[in-house]
Design a protein around this ligand. Sequence first.
Ligand code: ZN
Length: 163
Amino acid sequence: MSMRWAVESQSSGHVVRISGSITEEADLHALVALGDGGTLRLDLAGVDEINSCGVREWIRFVRRVSETARGLELVRCSPAIVRQLNMVSNFRGAGQVTSVMLPYYCASCGTEQEQLLEVPEGGSPPQIPTSITCRHCGGAAEFDDLPDSYMGFVGLMHAEGPP
Ligand SMILES: [Zn+2]
């Protein structure tokens, strides 16, 4: 599924909700001027894939946002986005990551679900609950990634300081 986006108005301002796959065909440039001209807030919970060409386009996009002197905030980053944050040092550019989605898998019924985790400003990364209640069967859904490294980008974010 190719990338789609929609602008939503919330009490805290505009948010651009992005979903699907970010590839070389994704028109990220269209997003640069969206919203009210203040901080560009992107909701990335629906992004299920980003390929290597998509990463290149994304980094170009992030750089262009900072050239417009707008702030950039990444909220509800999906596991696919978190993977890139951990692997690609300039993936977020000058952007701030304020929350991520944690993937969970229930081995008894096979249900996958995600849970929001807020990323506090400054300080150490928040604890990841190793298991949560499965919304389908009520059993224990286990965290479905590497708990020691999933939030690794938070340390990098604070070590670098403001741009
Ligand atoms: Zn279950």
